[in-house]
Design a protein around this ligand. Structure first.
Ligand SMILES: [Zn+2]
Ligand SMILES: [Zn+2]
Length: 111
């Protein structure tokens, strides 16, 4: 088996490059997006590896219902890649609701 699905556990706080929110470490899992605007930077190939040189802003475009948790569907400003992130416990729920209300990803057959 090639080591192609590495999940590096990096849980670190950061200042959001999009809205300036000071985002503390999450403690229970790796933080990968801003809790306020739900944006993140396109820096991972596999979650947490920081090996992607794109560096574009991943903007949330919708909410998808995963098996255990809601997932934020984000699209990269720069390269157009779509990325899914599991929501964190302290994510701004109003933002999640607003995205969810758009319903763009409700009927994609992932249920
Ligand atoms: Zn932010
Ligand atoms: Zn990108």
């Amino acid at each position: 088996m090639p080591d192609s699905r590495r999940f590096t556990h990096i849980d670190e706080g950061f200042v959001c490059a999009v809205c300036g929110q000071d985002v503390p470490p999450l403690r229970y899992t790796a933080r990968n997006h801003c809790r306020k605007c739900l944006c993140s930077l396109h820096v991972d190939i596999n979650p947490g590896d920081r090996l992607n040189t794109c560096g574009g802003v991943l903007r949330p475009v919708g909410i998808e219902k995963g098996k255990k948790a809601l997932r934020i569907v984000s699209r990269c400003d720069k390269c157009g890649t779509t990325v899914r992130n599991i929501t964190a416990q302290d994510d701004d729920y109003d933002v999640i609701l607003t995205l969810s209300a758009r319903g763009a990803y409700e009927n994609m057959g992932t249920m």
